[in-house]
Design a protein around this ligand. Structure first.
Ligand code: PGA
Length: 245
């Protein structure tokens, strides 16, 4: 894993935005994989500003988001789809037909996941996947477990994951769905390039385990050690546990 340690959250957002802009400039029809969460908010703000300044064009790009709550339609205000509309999609020139999302309201969740995998394949695969990481090591909604599902699948959320998503539901943990649809670790590892982003002291332990620990499904992000093109972009606080390099 290529580790890049930057001063703070804004420096991380600036570096990852620059990577996305460079990728889209070199190849306008890039297929992006996108995360939700608190970490990418500053990154999306920079991409929106860059677009407004005429520095990045999304018109040929495609996007696939990592995950969505099960049971929520995309127009539900707490859905990840709504989050993406608020922070990115509503402000850039992505073509609506090239924005792809797992439909949390699908009647048949398993069929919905198969549809998503087929759509990723049809798009030619994901060129650049941006990822956040949970404090328990989850990527997407692939929570720590004895075994992990490779392809997109209905997943059960860990208790801590539901707590950290309560903000989207007016602070009510009970309102956070217990299940979600998520890309699997195989979907993630099939991406040509991956940028894992983490900021803040709360991520220091899991970043150490991800980079320096054993490859284990108990820390799903550690599987990224198996991929040849992963850049980890972290601030100093999230890097605090790493051995000096
Ligand atoms: P966060 O979430 O960016 O809100 O910390 C990351 C994640 O759980 O994947």
């Amino acid at each position: 894993m290529n580790v890049r340690i930057l001063k703070d959250e804004q420096a991380v957002a600036r570096a990852v935005a620059a990577r996305v802009i460079k990728t889209l400039t070199a190849r306008p029809a890039t297929v992006l994989g996108l995360p939700t969460g608190r970490t990418p908010v500053a990154l999306y703000a920079r991409l929106v500003a860059a677009h407004a300044a005429g520095r990045v064009d999304f018109s040929q790009a495609s996007t696939f988001n990592l995950d969505e709550f099960l049971g929520l339609p995309g127009d539900h205000p707490a859905s990840y789809r709504a989050f993406m509309e608020t922070h990115l999609f509503g402000h850039v020139n992505l073509s609506p037909r090239r924005i792809h999302f797992l439909n949390g309201a699908a009647r048949d969740p398993v069929a919905e996941c198969a549809r998503y995998e087929a759509a990723i394949r049809r798009a030619g695969g994901i060129d650049l996947l941006l990822l956040g990481i949970g404090t328990n090591g989850h990527i997407g909604f692939n929570e720590p477990a004895a075994g992990l599902v490779a392809d997109s699948h209905p997943a059960r959320l860990a208790a801590g994951t539901r707590r950290s998503n309560a903000e989207l539901f007016d602070g009510r943990v009970q309102a956070v769905p217990r299940r979600a649809l998520s890309m699997g670790v195989g979907t993630i590892l099939r991406s040509r390039a991956i940028v894992l982003v983490a900021t803040g002291a709360g991520k220091a332990d899991v970043i150490k385990a991800t980079v320096e620990g054993l490859v284990t499904t108990r820390v799903p992000a550690s599987l990224l050690q198996l991929h040849g093109a992963v850049d980890l972009v972290v601030d100093e606080a999230a890097a605090a546990g790493l051995r000096r390099r």
